[in-house]
Design a protein around this ligand. Structure first.
Ligand SMILES: NC(=O)c1ccc[n+]([C@@H]2O[C@H](COP(=O)([O-])OP(=O)(O)OC[C@H]3O[C@@H](n4cnc5c(N)ncnc54)[C@H](OP(=O)(O)O)[C@@H]3O)[C@@H](O)[C@H]2O)c1
Length: 334
């Protein structure tokens, strides 16, 4: 049996189906101060494609291991490492790339995830739920029972926001493309209202909420979709753009800018992490781990692929009609 660990790598930027390859990536034993970490589950994000394609806000040097997020298990630690035991669940180190079956890194660089967080949730605890949490906390000083509106509500950020908003006593209007599929699923998770993109909901927003207008809108699509959100907002409401799934420019309807003083803001989790201290980061992550461990924050999984089928997993992640995230699993033990 081949026990050499593999990695998903790219030597030039481009379309994932053209540039990604599965390659052997040998690891040694951990030296002093180091730990050997084995991947258990990695998650595939739209931003992974931006990194592979060269359009993301920060790019690794080439050749690179693909992937930003996953969970690993410490298999062994080198001399002088204390407080980190084999079996500990940790975030896959992001800088070397997450889609590799094993890596040796400085033990002190590892981020521990409590072992009571289910592995498939731990694999996606660092990008989408924190993005939803920060946008919920940092833009509007809410009163209980206020409304939030978001597009791509069936995305991992959207589903995180639905559950976090419910947890905080806030209500959500959720815009999706496939309302028949997603309305029952999102309502089960705590969504108050689910509407279809092109249903004209923006003309009846007060009927949907019982009279209120949302003060916060989340946009990860762009184009016409964000214009609909802007039209729904209360005076001095804010639209936070954090993704651009259609690639269209975010255009602002002038009358909502002048007569409603609606404000357009942006958010990037990477910048938040770089500009906040370790204690704030750990406190935020602890909240996410607790919610995941108690089952109050759950993200649906579309499909799971073994590591040797990682390229099929990427193809599935880029196909339409997913019902959650695609995971790449690995049970490599050396
Ligand atoms: N700025 C940040 O810090 C930050 C952090 C996290 C995520 N993001 C961004 O947030 C977005 C969502 O990420 P995610 O990981 O939560 O996504 P995800 O779970 O992979 O879901 C993708 C979402 O995009 C929708 N979508 C895809 N193509 C679309 C199109 N052409 N028109 C309309 N909707 C489309 C999908 O709707 P269907 O199901 O209908 O296809 C789905 O709701 C991405 O753009 C991501 O890069 C940004």
């Amino acid at each position: 049996m081949n026990t050499e660990p593999q990695a998903v790598r790219y030597h030039e930027r481009g379309k994932p189906e053209e540039v990604l390859t599965l390659e052997p990536m040998p690891v040694g034993q951990p030296g002093p101060g180091e730990a050997l970490v084995a991947l258990r589950a990695a998650v595939i994000h739209p931003s992974d494609m931006g990194m592979i394609g060269g359009t993301y806000g920060r790019l690794p040097d080439l050749p690179a291991v693909a992937g930003r997020e996953g969970v690993g298990e410490v298999l062994a630690v080198g001399a002088g490492v204390s407080g980190l035991e084999p079996g500990q669940q940790v975030k896959m180190p992001e800088a070397p790339g997450a889609w590799m079956q094993a890596v040796v890194v400085p033990a002190e660089s590892l981020i521990r995830i409590p072992n009571n967080v289910p592995v498939e949730m731990a694999a996606q605890a660092f990008i989408n739920p924190p993005t939803a949490l920060r946008i919920l906390r940092d833009f509007i000083d809410f009163k209980p029972g206020e409304w939030i509106i978001q597009n791509a509500a069936n995305s991992a950020v959207g589903i995180s926001l639905i559950q976090l908003a419910r947890h905080c006593g806030l209500k959500t209007i959720n815009i999706v493309r496939d309302v028949a599929t997603w309305e029952p699923i999102l309502k089960e998770m705590g969504a108050d209202v689910v509407v279809a993109e092109d249903s004209g909901f923006e003309k009846n927003i007060k009927e949907l909420t019982g009279g209120a207008k949302p003060r916060l809108g989340l946009n990860s699509i762009g184009g016409e979709s964000v214009i609909r959100i802007i039209r729904c907002l209360a005076d001095q409401g804010k639209v936070v753009t954090f993704g651009g799934m259609v690639g269209d420019k975010v255009r602002f309807p002038t009358r909502n800018l002048i007569f409603n003083d609606v404000c357009l803001c942006g958010f990037w989790m990477d910048r938040w992490v770089r500009t906040h201290d370790q204690a704030e980061f750990e406190a935020m992550q602890a909240e996410i781990y607790d919610l995941m461990a108690e089952g109050a924050l759950k993200l649906p999984i579309d499909s799971r692929y073994p590591f040797d089928k990682a390229l099929d997993a990427v193809a599935r992640a880029n196909a339409g009609g997913r019902k959650g995230k695609v995971l790449i699993l690995s049970d490599w033990k050396g």
